[in-house]
Ligand binder design. Sequence first.
Ligand SMILES: CC(C)(COP(=O)(O)OP(=O)(O)OC[C@H]1O[C@@H](n2cnc3c(N)ncnc32)[C@H](O)[C@@H]1OP(=O)(O)O)[C@@H](O)C(=O)NCCC(=O)NCCS
Length: 173
Amino acid sequence: MTQPAHKSHGAGVDITLREPRTEDGAAVAELIRQSPPLDVNSTYAYLLLCHHFASTCVVAERDGKVVGFISGYLPPSATDTFFVWQVAVHADARGCGLGLSMLRHLLLRPVSRHVRFLETTVSPSNGPSRGMFARLAKDLETDLTEQDLFDKSMFGSGSDHEDEKLLRIGPFH
Ligand SMILES: CC(C)(COP(=O)(O)OP(=O)(O)OC[C@H]1O[C@@H](n2cnc3c(N)ncnc32)[C@H](O)[C@@H]1OP(=O)(O)O)[C@@H](O)C(=O)NCCC(=O)NCCS
């Protein structure tokens, strides 16, 4: 079931948060391309996310343009956990609480009613991402733990990808 959109106030202008539609896939891919250090996946991957995983993904729209996106899913083995894959906020809309608003929006969706933990991975050098998740844990008055997950060697010898550490926030209600 499609969830209703709601308004957020980022960058001083009304921003609508809503489930993505398949038609958003190309715009989402473009936003990710403009949001280093995120890994750029294929446009096809974003079409699939918008099509099959709309209930656990969110698009932020301002004046008809996609200015924010989070991809996430409920891991099949842990249905009390929401896994956040990528978070992107357009450079023009950063620093106004949009990233946090999108995270809270996802946790308030009906699909998250049994969720008590949020997990994500971050690279050691991504200060803005770490700051955003630390702030979320503080706002939820719960713990944030960190452990190893994907070592840089797992990305292959030709890659300069950093480690991806697992952040786990919770429990919360
Ligand atoms: C990380 C990102 C999504 C944050 O989006 P945002 O909308 O600017 O974040 P918010 O305004 O909601 O900030 C929430 C909190 O995050 C922290 N934060 C945000 N930007 C920060 C920065 N540049 N440096 C340090 N902390 C930062 C702050 O604690 C902030 O809360 P506060 O200002 O009230 O203390 C955005 O910078 C982005 O798209 N970066 C490029 C892609 C990326 O790295 N994505 C995250 C990896 S999944």
